[in-house]
Design a protein around this ligand. Structure first.
Ligand code: PGA
Length: 255
């Protein structure tokens, strides 16, 4: 089953890289990473750098761009927010929904995340739904409960067709930006839990096609091992995606 899922390697730049740095990054990355039809590469720059990213990637149709967050209303008096249709118009095709920093720094609820994912699909974007437990939740044996609650909230808000098109990212909160990645065994266990729930909701055949990415302290030297773990179909990379040469290595890992 794994063979039918093309690896997805994604870089989440968080609040790094304005438009100028974005152009410089892609000039270097395009030299370091050659197109590979066997994998999907996605970058999530800050929204203000999406246009610069598209411009820099004119000759690289193999690299997709997403935004890190969108609001669920298409337009209106929501100062500071960016909508999914606007992100789409600027050239984004993906959006992260429910990244742990959105949940834990900005207080987004499961309901907010579900609304955002729904609005993304309604605007023609593909949502990458991020789920993950905190260290306290892991220590309390609540990993499955937490990640399934987060996943269910989104799936319930989507049409069956939209639900079949989601990408899921398992990102344990304690592994993000800490240098402590999940072991391949821990990742495989959580991904298996998510895949089983997707199968209950979508049917086994469709669930088998949903890419489930691992994120949390992925680096060039652990990317291959994590990507080889059962049910791990891709990687969502934060800090290590800011270095073009290092991320080119991650993007090609296991190929
Ligand atoms: P990290 O972040 O790779 O820096 O741990 C991952 C993420 O937040 O997506």
């Amino acid at each position: 089953m794994a063979a039918v899922r093309k690896p997805v390697i994604a870089g989440n730049w968080k609040m790094h890289m304005g438009p100028v740095a974005t152009g410089e990054f892609f000039a270097a990355f395009a030299r370091a990473y050659q197109p590979d039809a066997g994998r999907t590469i996605i970058f999530f720059p800050p929204a203000i750098s999406v246009t610069a990213a598209r411009e820099a990637l004119r000759a690289r149709g193999d690299i997709a761009i997403g935004v890190q967050n969108t609001y669920w209303q298409p337009k209106g008096a929501f100062t500071g927010e960016v909508s999914a249709p606007m992100a789409r118009e600027a050239g984004a095709t993906y959006v992260l929904a429910g990244h742990s920093e959105r949940r834990h720094v900005f207080g987004e609820t499961d309901q907010d995340v579900a609304r955002k994912a729904r609005a993304a699909f309604d605007a023609g974007l593909t949502a990458v739904v991020c789920v993950g437990e905190t260290l306290d939740e892991r220590r309390a044996g609540r990993v499955d409960e937490v990640i399934l609650r987060q996943l269910d909230a989104v799936l319930e808000a989507l049409t069956p067709e939209q639900a079949a098109d989601v990408l899921v990212a398992y990102e344990p909160v304690w592994a993000i930006g800490t240098g402590v990645n999940a072991t391949p065994e821990d990742a495989a266990a959580a991904h298996g839990t998510l895949r089983r729930r997707l199968a209950e909701r979508l049917g086994g055949a469709r669930a088998g096609l949903v890419p489930i990415l691992y994120g949390g302290s992925v680096k060039p030297d652990n990317a291959g091992t994590l990507l080889a773990a059962t049910d791990v179909d891709g990687l969502l990379v934060g800090g290590a995606s800011l270095d073009p040469a290092g991320f080119a290595l991650i993007a090609a890992s296991g190929a």
